[in-house]
Design a protein around this ligand. Structure first.
Ligand SMILES: NC(=O)C1=CN([C@@H]2O[C@H](COP(=O)(O)OP(=O)(O)OC[C@H]3O[C@@H](n4cnc5c(N)ncnc54)[C@H](O)[C@@H]3O)[C@@H](O)[C@H]2O)C=CC1
Ligand SMILES: CC(C)CC(=O)C(=O)O
Ligand SMILES: [Mg+2]
Length: 360
């Protein structure tokens, strides 16, 4: 098969981790006789430095006309980077939000899975992690607080800021349908997470989720308040199958879930819409604290590339080959520093990519 992939390396560790994913994709293309055409575009700080804006219309067009987008991560140190002296609409994150919105990538899938081999890297007690866990966080990605109007202005001599949180029934319904569809292929349980004891958007969310649930009688549905969910994720992560939630709650809960898998460097993601085009990126950010040192964990990005093969290209066998190769590397005891524990072999970002390629 021949596929066009828009590649956004981004900032910080972005180029390091994407290079490892490209290594793996190249090995897959050789082994399975595919041709992947990479079209590199800029986003985030790299685009600000080159063009003065975090994402150009031309870059969006390239992404729009590709079969999938592979992204590293964007952004800098929000305390020290000069990018954060710019007005908010010109900062790196504005590029990421813009591409998600322009491509209508409303469904963000973040699978959190505890590999047996990484139980030692998980900060939870053994009795909690015994038996492992495997959950899919289904995060709404193009609505809610990150996309409402916002403003900071002076009122009565002091600065006041507001951010609008808006959800429409249709936005909730389409992500809920995706969540239930995914649950049907898994353990048939949806935990819908909201703050319906306080927020109108959450009350609407719950109502629409209950309506959608009627079409999936074999799926068990429960509603959980987000503060309780944050606690349950560390108390008993095994109870979760699909966590269905809005944009900001999903952002926060997925970082928490990632740490329970051992490291945020393990958590992949797919951002999908109604057709096959999707964007694939690790759930973490650009990690400026470790950028340029060749120590970042590239596994989340490589697993995201596997999700791209599965969801955008229908290449299930190839995706599985990558996932199995990662399992083998972990079984063989190789670890980047974030997942390192006693008795294992510490490797760099690029060595981890090579070791995965060797096992494909
Ligand atoms: N999708 C994206 O591109 C995202 C971008 N960001 C941006 O990233 C920048 C840094 O944000 P932070 O809050 O520091 O979050 P972060 O996710 O970049 O880093 C948090 C911590 O996790 C570690 N970490 C992250 N990825 C890792 C990996 N692959 N291997 C090993 N360790 C890893 C970092 O070293 C850091 O200690 C900010 O500018 C933020 O806006 C944040 C989240 C998502
Ligand atoms: C940088 C934000 C806009 C996004 C984020 O934190 C995420 O998607 O995980
Ligand atoms: Mg995040």
């Amino acid at each position: 098969m021949e596929k066009n992939i828009a590649v956004i390396k981004g900032d910080g560790i972005g180029p390091e981790i994407v290079n490892e994913a490209l290594k793996v994709l190249n090995a897959i293309s050789r082994k399975y006789n595919h041709t992947f055409h990479y079209r590199e575009i800029l986003m985030g700080g790299a685009s600000i430095d080159a063009y003065g804006v975090p994402l150009t219309d031309e870059a969006i067009q390239v992404a729009q006309n590709s079969d999938a987008v592979l992204l590293g991560s964007i952004g800098g140190d929000t305390n020290t980077s000069p990018w954060y002296q710019l007005e908010p609409a010109l900062r790196p994150e504005a590029g990421l939000l813009k591409i998600r919105k322009e491509l209508n990538l409303f469904a963000n899938l973040r699978p959190a899975y505890l590999y047996d081999e990484l139980k030692g890297a998980c900060p939870l007690k053994e009795e909690i992690t015994e038996g492992g866990f495997d959950m899919m966080i289904m995060r709404e990605l193009t609505g809610g607080l990150y996309f409402g109007a916002r403003e900071t202005k002076e009122v009565n001599g002091q600065m006041v800021a507001h951010d609008n949180l808006i959800y429409s029934e249709n936005e909730i319904r389409r992500i809920a349908i995706r969540g239930f569809d995914i649950a049907m292929k898994r353990r048939k349980k949806v935990t819908s997470v909201d703050k319906a004891n306080v927020l109108d958007t959450s009350r609407l969310w719950r109502k629409v989720v209950n309506e959608v649930a009627k079409d999936y009688p074999s799926v068990e549905v429960e509603h959980m308040l987000v503060d309780n969910c944050a606690m349950q994720l560390v108390k008993n992560p095994r109870q979760f199958d699909v966590i269905l939630t809005e944009n900001m709650f999903g952002d926060i809960l997925s970082d928490e879930a990632s740490m329970v898998t051992g490291s945020i460097g393990m958590l992949s993601s797919a951002s999908l819409r109604d057709d096959k085009l999707g964007m694939y990126e690790p759930s973490h950010g650009s990690a400026p604290d470790i950028a340029g040192k060749n120590i970042a964990n590239p596994i989340a990005t490589i697993l995201s590339a596997a999700m791209m093969l599965r969801y955008s290209f229908d290449m299930d066998q190839e995706a599985e080959a990558i996932e199995r190769a990662i399992e083998k590397v972990l079984k063989d005891g190789y670890r980047t520093i974030d997942i390192m524990s006693d008795g294992q072999t510490k490797v760099s970002c690029s060595q981890m990519g090579d070791l995965i390629v060797e096992r494909l």
